[in-house]
Design a protein around this ligand. Structure first.
Ligand code: HMG
Ligand code: MG
Length: 312
């Protein structure tokens, strides 16, 4: 069985944009630094498998995330394919200067929904993070760049526990008011469940945010990422973040594990008859190759099933 039987769902989008974060969210969390040549091949293979948005790296402080210290070299050497976008994470003006000098067209800033994570991930208070982002967004938009805003810890925070819905909406609103064109709602530690997803999305739409502006970013720590994604699709979301092979995590939130695996997402979308443009076989081959580079098997169920590492 190499593909699911197609049985269309109701009230679901016809097309989903997959925002592939494996090269950034995946590789930022590896114990060892992956050579730049491997990263370049990974990105090229992902593009070859049909992915059209590849989050490539982060222009953060190299001491904070040594795994991505080669961002400048990576972007300079990147063979960009036509029709593929290569967004990068940028926290501050220094990061923006670096990103602009390598010709990026799309950036993402990344905010925290909680005070503790703002301090741990950005060395800023919740309020100070906006002061850091404001000139980045203003300058990036003036330069004609597209700007995404992440909100982390939307569904729970390892230090603060539950995170009120209105606190998340208020952070998201400030990013949109600043000029971000899209918000990605992050379940950084993978604790959310489908009812929570529906409630958060409806809190945003009640606050006047169009669902077209919202993307979801689920980590799979508690095995909820795919069911949470379905809840989001049913609520009208059409952009879903995932990482090839389920790579991922956040070095500043130890309880975070890999993202929703792109292969698992593609299998579900195929079953539901939702278009996505990805060649699953080529993607599985890429993740299997990457797992070889990293020296351990992919945590993705679909990669394991289709690459023949599981029988049955
Ligand atoms: P800081 O130490 O407060 O920086 O770090 P600073 O502004 O005080 O500057 C100190 C020095 O660093 C200065 O140099 C700056 O020039 C330099 P000096 O003048 O002393 O020689 N510097 C930089 N150098 C290179 N690139 C830069 C840069 N910025 C400052 N961009 C900072 C503040 C934001 C930089 C730091 O906290 C940082 O890099 N944090 C990044 C953490 C990170 O990458 N986390 C993972 C990504 S978020 C995530 O994974 C969640 C997500 O997936 C969604 C989800 O799952 O929820 C997106
Ligand atoms: Mg993440």
């Amino acid at each position: 069985m190499r593909a699911p039987q197609r049985v269309a769902g109701t009230g679901l989008p016809g097309l989903v944009t997959i925002w592939e974060v494996g090269a950034r969210d995946g590789l930022q969390n590896e114990a060892t630094t992956v050579p730049v040549e491997v990263k370049l091949e990974f990105l090229d293979r992902l593009a070859g498998a049909g992915l059209r948005v590849l989050e490539a790296t982060s222009f953060v402080h190299p001491r904070w995330v040594p795994q991505l210290a080669d961002a400048d070299e990576l972007l300079t050497r990147l063979g960009r394919r036509p029709g593929v976008r290569y967004p990068v994470l940028v926290p501050n003006e220094r990061g923006l200067d670096r990103a602009l000098s390598t010709g990026v067209e799309h950036i993402a800033i990344f905010a925290a929904a909680t005070e503790t994570f703002a301090r741990r991930n950005l060395n800023r208070s919740l309020d100070e993070q906006f002061t850091m982002f404001e000139p980045v967004v203003t300058r990036a938009r003036a330069e004609g760049l597209a700007v995404r805003g992440y909100v982390s810890m939307c569904f729970g925070d390892p230090w603060e526990g539950n995170v009120p819905l209105d606190q998340v909406v208020s952070v998201g609103r400030r990013l949109l008011d600043m000029g971000c064109q899209q918000l990605s709602l992050g379940d950084t530690i993978g604790v959310g469940t489908p009812g929570h997803v529906r409630s958060l999305l409806s809190s945003f739409t009640t606050a006047g945010v169009n669902v077209d502006t919202l993307a979801v970013h689920f980590h799979d720590t508690y095995g909820q990422a795919l069911s949470n994604t379905l809840a989001a699709l049913e609520s009208g979301v059409t952009t879903v973040d995932s990482s090839a092979g389920g790579l991922g995590g956040c070095p500043y939130a130890r309880s975070a594990t890999g993202n929703l695996a792109t292969e698992d997402l593609v299998w579900m979308l195929d079953g539901l008859g939702i278009e996505h443009g990805v060649d699953l076989e080529a993607l599985v081959a890429t993740s299997t190759w990457m797992a070889g580079q990293l020296g351990r098997p992919s945590p993705s169920r679909v990669v394991r099933a289709l690459s023949g590492t599981e029988s049955g």
